[in-house]
Design a protein around this ligand. Sequence first.
Ligand code: UN1
Length: 504
Amino acid sequence: MKTLLAKLQLDSINLGACSGPKKWIDSGASPLTSCNPTTGAPIAQVIPADGAAYATVVASAEAAFKQWRSVPAPKRGDVVRDLGAILREFKEPLGELVSLEMGKIRAEGIGEVQEMIDICDFAVGLSRQLYGLTMHSERPAHRMYEQWHPLGPIGIITAFNFPVAVWSWNAALAAVCGDTMVWKPSELTPLCGVAVQHLANQVMADHQLTGIFTLAAGAGDIGQRMAEDQRLPLISFTGSIPTGRRVAQTVAGRLGRPLLELGGNNAIIVSDKAELDLAVRAIMFGAVGTAGQRCTSTRRIIAHAAIVDELTTRLVNAYRQTPIGDPLQPGVLMGPLATSRAVAAMLRAVERAVADGGVVLTGGVARPDLGPQFVEPTIIRMPAQTEIVREETFAPILYVMSYRSLDEAIALHNSVTQGLSSAIFTDSLREAEMFLSVAGSDCGIANVNIGTSGAEIGGAFGGEKDTGGGRESGSDAWKAYMRRQTNTINWSGELPLAQGIKFE
Ligand code: UN1
């Protein structure tokens, strides 16, 4: 472990506030202890930002913005290219740190760093494609167009479950867009934040830059400061629905821009016309992968009555063979949950489901023999979509329900408050198109014959309803990080008014 930490410039005690290369700030605040979810033992400590450190960090991001916004976007892209290069170099140790501190298996930790690399590549190309439209003016000899300007220093608040990738979706885009940024990583994964800041510092130093990527590790108090901070025009928040609601209200209260990526309660409809082999594999990855701690994790199966028994039998067999254990060990497919609170929340959910008439087909228990935060992946057959099924429990519980008509399946699918990711498994074109139609899935992501999790960075990522409506990552999500300006230029020598108004 020591060697891994050393490769990433991590010590037993680390500073958690940083305003640029060689500008780490010792706030003197009491340290956060990052614990290994596999054993419960401490890994290392991080001294969080306090009010004064936060003020220094934001002031630095604010000052840097004044310079950075005037650097041509393709030149900003050069910096992000180097960020991608250093992430390639440190892919293995950073992926292993993600696995160590967060508890996802090594392959997923490394996959997460791959997402960072991919979004950097995407952003480099984007740096030459921050296109605005031109319009035809209704007035003669007038030109009308729109352009996109950088927004300012922005705030990025990320969750424990994707401790580095979600930062990069925001950071790589924001950087090419000309924004600077302040990052508050989850207090459960501050070491990942510090490690990434070291890499970003190297890139900034190589370009004689400072204050583009900054760090303010801490707990809710730092998040609250960011949400209230008038100097941060955009707050990108990833986390729970209740916290997201509070952040959104605070940011909206000062007429700032919230970009929310909150919880999901993602379902897969499995039709009687589905290829069950594919469905079983996708459900396993979606529900058991990351121990059910992705916001895109599969939590509900809505299976046709004709195949529900066969599907659940196959799933139960696969679940029982899932290797659970140390996520850094080869062959393990499921690691621990993030906290012992999460274990308790999972067991409470199982109890409630059973009280609602649910039958636990496999799992449903903690595995203290493996470590304090281990559980068994769980399948519960539900007679109906009761209240507990409509809640998001951040754990590997899969609720299985059955349907007879596709309309009924879609109605069940959509009658939850969350709207992130969704999928249907079917070989019927009509069923697939119905699911993707306006009367189908109401989620931000809707897939056919692939699962709910593991989205590529090229698409816009986010969801509707209580998921918060934000879009990050690919497609035109970059627009959230810029301000749009409409420009009309009169080169006529006259002053015609729009709408034909005469004012003389
Ligand atoms: C999250 O859980 O916050 O689609 C993000 C996926 C990943 C991202 C998940 N690319 O599962």
